[in-house]
Design a protein around this ligand. Structure first.
Ligand SMILES: [Fe+2]
Length: 206
């Protein structure tokens, strides 16, 4: 059984950048729905129920055809949201002068230029999907990318450093069609402490 991860803050804790109703519906309906649907998809596959969502997403091509799409969407939805909740914190946490800021400066020229490129990836993703800052597992380099639906970079050899949900369910109640305003506001609640720590361990394990 795949389980719903506890949210470490209340639904209203990310206000005014993300409103309480959006967080409640996003967490208790959308995210919980992915986890439940993953369990339903794998109910006849006890050996797959024992795997981690990471393992399932890395090995999508080895899955039975009957469940591959359901796993891609719902294990993806589980994994992406679990990360997303932790990548935010009330009031945000700043990015200190650690290894991630150095790598961002080297790769993108400056933190501000990184933000512009990341925002462009988030704004230009057509329809539902995610914007990502990832580490390529072969080169160890940072990259910005986006993906459709609940697809995750882990399925194509890249590890997530930072991710932004740009599905309408993440912002529509408050921002309606103004995705760019949601993206701009989101920087205020990024948990850079968590993201830096995650980057440190990812690079160490390459
Ligand atoms: Fe979402």
């Amino acid at each position: 059984m795949f389980k719903i991860e506890q949210l470490l803050y209340s639904y209203d804790a990310l206000q005014p950048y993300i409103d309480a109703k959006t967080m409640e519906v996003h967490y208790s309906k959308h995210y919980a729905g992915y986890v439940n649907n993953l369990n339903i998809a794998l109910q006849d596959y006890p050996e797959l129920q024992l795997k981690s969502v990471e393992h399932l997403l890395i090995n999508l091509d080895t899955l039975p055809a009957a469940v591959k799409t359901a796993v891609q969407n719902n294990a993806g939805g589980d994994y992406n949201h679990k990360l997303f909740w932790q990548m935010m914190t009330p009031g945000g946490k700043s990015l200190g002068h650690g290894s991630l800021l150095s790598a961002i400066d080297t790769k993108f020229g400056s933190f501000d230029q990184f933000k512009v490129q990341f925002e462009n990836a988030a704004k230009s993703r057509f329809g539902s999907g995610w914007a990502w800052l990832v580490v390529d597992q072969v080169t160890g380099q940072l990259e910005i990318m986006s993906s459709a639906n609940q697809d995750n970079p882990i399925s194509i050899g890249k590890q997530v450093v930072l991710g932004l949900d740009v599905w309408e369910h993440a912002y529509y109640l408050h921002y309606q069609n103004r995705r760019a305003d949601y993206i701009a506001a989101w920087w205020n609640i990024v948990n850079w402490g968590f993201v830096q720590e995650r980057y440190y361990h990812l690079v160490k394990s390459l």
